[in-house]
Each structure stands twice: as structure tokens, then as C-alpha cells.
Design a protein around this ligand. Sequence first.
Ligand SMILES: Cc1cc2nc3c(=O)[nH]c(=O)nc-3n(C[C@H](O)[C@H](O)[C@H](O)COP(=O)(O)OP(=O)(O)OC[C@H]3O[C@@H](n4cnc5c(N)ncnc54)[C@H](O)[C@@H]3O)c2cc1C
Length: 491
Amino acid sequence: MQHPAPQHASGRPERQGGRKPKPSTAVVIGGGIAGLVSARELALAGVEVTVLERSPRFGGCVTRHEVGGLTLDAGAESFATRSSVVSDLVAELGLGAELVQPNPAGAWIQLPDGAQRLPKTGVLGIPADLSDPDVVRAIGRRAALRASGDKVMPLGSLLRREQLSLGELVRTRMGDAVLQKLVAPVVGGVYSADPDVLEVDSVMPGLRASVASHGSLTAAVRAIRKAAPAGSNVAGIAGGMGRLTEALLADLKTRHVSLHAGAAATAVTKHDDGWLVESAAGTFSADAVMMAADGGAAVRLLAGTVPGLTGLEPEAGPSVALVTLVVDLPELDAMPRGTGLLVAPSVQNVKAKALTHATAKWPWLADEAGPGSHVLRLSFGRAVGQQGAEDFTGWNDDELYRQALADASSLMGVGIGDDDVVGWKVVRWIGALPSATVGHRDRVAAVRRELAAQTGVDVTGAWLAGTGLVAVVGDARRRARELAARLQPAA
Ligand SMILES: Cc1cc2nc3c(=O)[nH]c(=O)nc-3n(C[C@H](O)[C@H](O)[C@H](O)COP(=O)(O)OP(=O)(O)OC[C@H]3O[C@@H](n4cnc5c(N)ncnc54)[C@H](O)[C@@H]3O)c2cc1C
């Protein structure tokens, strides 16, 4: 195949002669948050950067859309505050004053026998206080007694297992009711995954060591809660998390980063001392490549040059459909289910796995919508194999809307009909939530090992760092800084 003459990655003419050394160049593949953050770090280090994004827009899972006259998040809508990595970035981008905390009313859980408040003292649904009345109400007195066995049971060999799932740890220590009624709904809502397949060391690094040192899971979770910063464990940006993408793009433009949307990378090869990237926007040569596409694309594109990556792509994550309803319904002003509900997989009459009452959760959005107007966001799509899993990829938008109306009525305990709906939209996220399944850490280590042997290339993104903005932003910053440092050794 013939290629047009390669462009310099910055899109600028190469400097000849002169006293200033030519700046290093890099191509970032993937314009999600991992790619945009990497591009910014490289540009900050003086590297000339080009970003190639496959879709017509940047931001990946962090983007906004219009529904019923409101601008709303279409993907991620908050970030965890266990680390300051995201709020630091938000502040650097000039949005520090726009950081907001959600309504402390908290979420509910839908169990087969009704809805109730989610106990507030847990981590990923694992309770830190087994005498909390909300815990006892959710699992029943007998199961609460079984769960409290965790405090006296010897640890045995469980923690010495090389690979341990979150489900197995919770079931062994606290029993099946805690797993099914408290942990599975939360984990399903956050990761769209079954706790039995999630690797504990990937989703909660440090938990295993904490159980070992504190002697029980309850005490370990309590210690994690104590160490967390005061206040809510998530935060957002007034106007929506999509503003992070918009601020990053504005920042990259001031740093003369060359941004190409609708420009899927199709091949990556090593040449001379650098790299050649073929894409829908042309062929780019650069000193370095930062691969920030999803795991499947990353492995496909790099395996030709780094054959050891073959087979190390992650399992495709579940497909998730988000249905946003904007409704005029003053009955919802009373926030009958707090900030929304997580649905236990064993609930039969509801297909959604979670519902966010966004106007109850975010005061800025309630102000924007006005009294009596509400935003409900329902997500569909549990991991294949999980109880209650159903493949929604074959459902058309209208079918999903009808199901969302029925589920929202049942979950909120308020009848919601077509006449109440001001606007609605369906967004599909296909495989956008890679699961950290058992064996994930070994796979990540193998990918890192393969790439360490190469010069001028690194990989970042949720498929390696873990799902969630804290993990993704932290990893992208660290890796891009290291890549830039390798490109520009100290004089
Ligand atoms: C519905 C939903 C809700 C979420 N909610 C939250 C939340 O509230 N809080 C939170 O912390 N996290 C949340 N997450 C998770 C979080 O958004 C993601 O972990 C994070 O945004 C992933 O960023 P990324 O850049 O690694 O991947 P992505 O956002 O998937 O970006 C990868 C990009 O690479 C591009 N690409 C792929 N192949 C190519 C190619 N060949 N050439 C060029 N580009 C390519 C893709 O088009 C995409 O834009 C949510 C995710 C989803 C799907």
C-alpha cells in the first residue's frame, strides 16, 4: 500500500540548522481522557504533540449531550475523591471553583422485597458496621449474625491465594447475603460486572493487605473509610464532567497540540529512531507514540511491532445503554429514593441495573432544570453470565425508552407516563467498561514488561489503569511524564 509522504507529528515544518535543538515529537492515539491528559503532559514537557481520535468527537466516555433543553453528561458524571488527582487537574484547567459535591442524601438499593437506603458506612457495598440498622434491614438478622462471624473467624489461607476475586473474599468472610444484597448492586452499578469475576487486588488495591493487618474484612473496610478524606467520596463539576474534556481541549489548543478527530489510527510501525502512525488523517512520523486507545485497538495496533502483546488484550467489557429521561413531575421534588438506586441482580421485575436521580444528586442541575423538572438516568447492561444479565444491543431506542419508563416508575414508586416526558435520549457504550477480571494484574504486568523493552512507546487508559477517572488520569499523567523524560534526557 502506498502512503502519502509522512507529516511531522506537530504538523509544522521541520526546523533546519539553528542553535535551538529540534523539539521531540509524539503522536497520541486515542482522544479519550487518557489521551488528552497524556497529550497535555507531553506538551507541558516541551514535546510537539499530535492527537488522533477515531470518533468525530474527543473525550471518549466523558462527554455531554442535550436532552429536553438541558446539557447533561452522557457518560461519566462524577469522580472519586479518594485521591486529589482529578481535582488537581480540574484546578489546573481553571475549573477549581466549579468543583461540587453531590447531595449527601445518598443512594438507595432495590432488593427483591423493596427499596431501602444503601448503608453509608461501606466501601463498594462491603459494610464497615454490621450493626448498622440499614445493613440489618437489607440482609436480615440471621445473615447479619453470619456476617459478624468475620470479626472472629481466622483468616486461614484465603489471603495467600495468588488470585482472589472480590466476590470470593466477601462471601467467605461475610456470607452470600452481604455479597448478593449489598456488594453486587454497587459493583454492578460502578463496573457493570459480577464481583465473582473481579480481581480484588485490581478493584481495591490494598484491601487484601488491610484485611491481613486488621484481622477481619469489617475492620479493613472501617480503616479504609477512616483514611478517606472527609466529605463525600465523589465530586463533580458544575455543568457536568463533560466540561473536563472541553477544558482539556481548550488547554491543548493554547499549547499548539494538533488535534484530529475522525482520524482512526490504522497501523503503527517502528522506523529508524522513531515511529510511523498511519491514520484516516494521513501518516505521521514521531519520536514517540503514546497509545491511549481501548485495549483491543491498542494490542491490534502495536502487536505487529511488539509481538509479545498478542493475546494480552482485555476481555471485551459489557455493553451499556444509558437512557436519560427529562420529566416534568413535581412528585419527584421530594426525592423519594435519595440520589437514585442500585438494583440487586436478583430483582425480577426491573431490567435497569441503576437509576441516578440526577436533579436530586446535583444541586446545580436542579437549579438549571427548575422546580418540578427532573432528570432520571437509567443504565442497562450487566456483564454476560451475571444474574439478570440481558443483551440490550438488539433493542432499538424506542424499546429501551419504554423499558426505562416502566423501570423508572417502579423504582421511584411514582407513575411516569409519556405525557410527563419533556425529552429523552439513549446513548450506547459498547465495551467501554473493561473489567478487571481475575488475572488482570498479571496481564497488565505482562503488557508493561513487553513495552519496557521498547523505546519511545507507552500505553495508558482504563484497560490497564482500571475503570474510573482517578485511575485513568493518574496513570496517564505518570506515564506521559516518564515518556517525555525518556525523550529528553537531561543535558
Ligand atoms: C456510561 C459510563 C459512565 C461512567 N461513569 C463514571 C463516573 O461517574 N466516574 C468515573 O470516575 N468513571 C466513570 N466511567 C468510567 C470512565 O469514564 C472511564 O474509565 C474513562 O473515561 C476511560 O478513559 P480512557 O481514555 O481510558 O478510554 P475511552 O474514554 O474509552 O477513550 C478511548 C478513546 O480511544 C479512541 N480510539 C479507539 N481506537 C482508536 C484508534 N484506532 N485510533 C484513534 N482513536 C481510537 C476511542 O474512540 C475513544 O475516544 C464511566 C464510563 C461509562 C462508559
